[in-house]
Design a protein around this ligand. Structure first.
Ligand SMILES: [Zn+2]
Length: 202
């Protein structure tokens, strides 16, 4: 987790501002790998695990998260498939094109292993905040940690711990898995600023 992520994040329980507990020292590439964040408004605390901020609402705090070393093999395969993934992604979010992401602040609802997070980061987004509920977020972090503009967070798409400040929000292959896809779409769309855009593919 990079410090810059805090600009976009908020407490999932009360929408309050978050602050990093003192003593958390970033590594050479700017990431704080472990530590604690406190909500400035309510009593909630959140942890950074293996570089990923876990911002689950209190009602979901018991969700078990594990490190994802076992995914390592899977994500190293991506480098071979990058061109294909990129073509596929822009087919899905059409009519948005690569240049539509450049310079934009982007929210990704459901990033999985970070395949699309990496594409958007590489296309010059000002920032991308990628959210996922599961431990695949640790893989997404590994895959995108070298991008200064990419921020991966664990959280609930139905209660996204991000502010309504984004120029663009997108979700690929996620909304139809929710019990109520329309609710998921509304939640995604609620995080873009006035005049911002939303893209999804299911
Ligand atoms: Zn709070």
């Amino acid at each position: 987790m990079r410090h810059e992520a805090l600009t976009f994040l908020m407490c999932p329980d009360c929408d309050g501002e978050l602050s990093l507990d003192g003593g958390a020292v970033p590594e050479a590439d700017g990431h704080v790998m472990s530590g604690k964040l406190n909500c400035q408004r309510c009593a909630s605390h959140f942890t950074i695990r293996n570089g990923v901020l876990v911002l689950l609402p209190a009602t979901m705090a018991s969700v078990k998260l594990e490190t994802a070393a076992r995914f390592a093999e899977e994500w190293t395969r991506w480098s071979d498939l990058r061109d294909y993934y990129e073509q596929e992604f822009f087919d899905w979010v059409a009519p948005l094109r690569a240049e539509d992401f450049a310079g934009q602040t982007v929210f990704e609802g459901g990033c999985g292993k970070g395949r699309h997070t990496a594409i958007v980061a590489a296309k010059g987004a000002k920032a991308i905040v990628a959210l996922d509920l599961g431990e695949s977020a640790f893989v997404a972090f590994a895959h995108t940690r070298s991008f200064a503009n990419a921020h991966v967070v664990i959280g609930d798409l139905l209660k996204p711990p991000v502010r309504a400040v984004f120029d663009l929000a997108f979700s690929v292959g996620v909304l139809h898995h929710l019990p109520n896809p329309a609710e998921g779409f509304a939640s995604l769309a609620s995080r873009v600023r006035d005049g911002g855009r939303v893209a999804f593919w299911v």
